[in-house]
Design a protein around this ligand. Structure first.
Ligand code: CP
Length: 313
């Protein structure tokens, strides 16, 4: 049984085939409307979410399946001290597949060790968010036709940003990717990611402080929120929260075919005046998450053959 805990749990070929399935579903959703009849998705969200939980639920409902779950730890028996291992043992009897978000890094991995059903990491602390990465890659492919050759600026909280960590891990597997890591000193990409992921890849990379310095070179600008919930003290958050605010003025130097992505939610980092710019694709990106998650559910339930290696088409 396969799980998706880390973006590298799927090979690049598996990832590309899954994104291709997402495209097919987007083009002809009616063909997939009953593929999950009789199946149940468990959504175990120990931390708040709008997009990930609702897009997973929308995905399962659009496939003809059903959904059960909880949207905060407070309404589950975690408040009574139940472990993640016991929770997933229970849910394995109630659902056919589970998506888990947890504030603790590694919790979905632990769940996968005790589970009798496929487990999907829907974001664990400041660690990984592999289904957001699938959504990001899906958006980049739709905008550019391919991921290879992209110059990407990742901007904001690169230290705690799990979407950034997962995206970097995946992007290094493509050809000729160029990274600009745009952050204040305190929110730089963790050194283990630079040393273990970026440097061995041989891709060009640079850390910069000002987005304006690299704006003309970018194909993708990936904005992120400074996450209040990951800071140990409010003072540091307040000092850093408005480090980057993307405005129309800053976009004047950007390419005409730039794509501005953001995993969302945003706070101040993209001014609302940017939303009407054809280069702002973050809402389209969030919508794409439904098709990607439909593809993922079908794949992990074994209802779509030929995506995972070793399965016949
Ligand atoms: N992108 C993302 O994970 O959003 P939510 O926190 O709303 O799920």
């Amino acid at each position: 049984m396969r799980h998706l805990i880390d973006p590298l749990d799927f090979t690049r070929q598996e990832t590309d085939r899954l994104l291709g399935l997402g495209e097919k579903i987007l083009e002809s959703p009616q063909k997939y409307a009953h593929r999950c009849d009789g199946k149940i998705l468990g959504t175990l969200f120990f931390e708040p979410s709008t997009r990930t939980r609702l897009s997973f639920e929308s995905a399962m409902l659009r496939l003809g399946g059903q959904v059960l779950g909880f949207s905060d730890a407070g309404s589950s028996s975690a408040t009574k001290g139940e472990s993640v291992a016991d929770t997933i043992r229970m849910v394995s009897g109630y659902a056919d597949i589970a998506a888990m978000r947890h504030f603790k890094e590694g919790a979905p991995f632990v769940a996968s060790q005790y589970s009798r059903i496929p487990v999907i990491n829907a974001g664990d602390g400041g660690h990984q968010h592999p289904t957001q990465t699938l959504t990001d890659l899906f958006t980049i492919r739709r905008r550019r036709g391919k991921v290879d050759g992209v110059t990407i600026g990742l901007c904001g909280d690169l230290k705690f940003g799990r979407t950034v960590h997962s995206l970097i891990k995946s992007l290094v597997r493509y050809e000729n990717v160029r990274f600009y890591f745009i952050s204040p000193e305190e929110l730089r990409v963790p050194s283990y990611i630079l040393k273990e992921v970026v440097m061995p890849s041989g891709h060009q990379w640079e850390e910069v402080r000002a987005m304006e310095d690299v704006m003309p070179e970018l194909d993708i600008l990936y904005m992120t929120r400074v996450q209040r919930e990951r800071f140990f003290n409010e003072e540091d958050y307040v000092r850093l929260k408005d480090s980057y605010i993307l405005t129309k003025d800053k976009l004047r130097a950007a390419k005409k075919d730039l794509s501005i992505l953001h995993p969302l939610p945003r706070v101040n980092e993209i001014a609302p005046e940017v939303d009407g710019d054809p280069r702002a694709v973050y809402f389209e990106q969030a919508r794409g998450g439904v098709f990607v998650r439909m593809a993922l559910i079908l794949t992990l339930l074994g209802l779509e053959k030929g995506i995972l290696s070793g399965e016949g088409a």
